[in-house]
Write a protein that binds this ligand. Sequence first.
Ligand code: FES
Length: 118
Amino acid sequence: MSPQIKVGKLTDIDPLGSRRLNVNGLEIALFRLSDGEILAVENRCPHKGGVLSEGMVCGPVVHCPLHDWRIDLRSGEALDPDKGCIETFPAEVQADGTIYLTLPASLLCTPDADTHIA
Ligand code: FES
């Protein structure tokens, strides 16, 4: 079973904004949609590695800031006509606004893994 970790509060992320989390070298982007939903994905465009957290969010889709590929934040898939995908991570916002992410156990195997959004 993958561990669920506390990474911050909903108020840490502006509406339609994003924050980053680096866990043992894997950079994760957390996006806050207009309805408060949080979606978490690998922060690396499948095209040429653009930093997705710097892209514009439109619904559950982020536009890569480099060449405007559109990535579905729920599935991690690039939208037509582009092809590629990134990893997604289940995120949950509790009633008190605390955000939890479910990450692969292998990412958290060192005791100094940083698990708070920056
Ligand atoms: S690097 Fe993202 S569209 Fe090219």
